[in-house]
Write a protein that binds this ligand. Sequence first.
Ligand code: IPM
Ligand code: MG
Length: 356
Amino acid sequence: MKIAVLPGDGIGPEIVVQAVRVLKALGLNLDLEEAPVGGAAYDVAGHPLPPATLELAKKADAILFGAVGDWKYDTLARELRPEQAILGLRKHLELFANFRPAICYPELTAASSLKPEIIGGLDILIVRELNGDIYFGQPRGIRTSELALFKGAREGFDTMHYSEPEVERIGRVAFEAARKRGKKVCSVDKANVLETSQLWREVMIRVAKDYPDVELSHMYVDNAAMQLVKAPKAFDVVVTGNLFGDILSDEAAMLTGSIGMLPSASLDKNNKGLYEPSHGSAPDIAGKGIANPLATILSAAMMLRYSLGMPAEAERIEKAVQKVLAQGLRTADIFTEGTQKVSTVQMGDAVVAALA
Ligand code: IPM
Ligand code: MG
């Protein structure tokens, strides 16, 4: 099995190296090959997703990804910005199904900004469509306005669209996932305003007919943002488009108080996938040795389960992570009074030791 390892920017390299250690400690026959991506790739190859990196990602069985982005690239043209690397990988590899679990670990309930009774035991899954929507819609650009009131002024514009098959395929992914857990799907849209959402909702209702054992509900995105803070445990699987999913998944992740703990998977129709932590590149703490490597380590576990067909090994990693939490070890982001603060490397050490 070939794994493309793409550490990227900011804390990406520090956390990916810990996940790689954990994978190696499992003693599996994995061929790990590293390539630059994001700003790091721009620095060495003049492009955030150089052809050699894309080639490696295409031929690999799975991709372990760190994070991309740093303020120092903010002045680059859009097509050269680090973010284009992850968007390009998602698009070129047709990774349309993004799984973002938001789980509140019992040991970390106190790290949430919400009351323990609201958040304790939270286990929801956001299924975000990743290949369509306003992220990729054409036309887009900056032009001269034709609006009577603002004629001649510059205006930015983007296009939101979803075709029926695109909605159907992400809908099926969400229903299949719900079948294996709480058997509820909440489809989030803005059907009171947007045609794109009106069609989205129609398709979801149609797809639901093939899953009579799963309960489908609908929610407008503004209300969903509110319900996520009010009563997050009422959700099971949330399925939504690319833009709404971007926003709601950050909200859901932070609810748990442990965004540094949450992995994610982005899959194509054959379950080939890219695995990355739900958090970003955090350039403000890069190089300080304080980043939490657990989200990336858990992403490696997701990779073993979904793309490599090794559920037992995935579970070994997950158990090891639970063990270090139970031991009271915490990186700075999840530290609370009475626990023991450790560095990125010490956390990696502890997980490797707990595998034994
Ligand atoms: C995410 C990120 C990306 C997105 C950025 C880095 C382009 O925020 O994975 O959620 O908007 O999808
Ligand atoms: Mg995001």
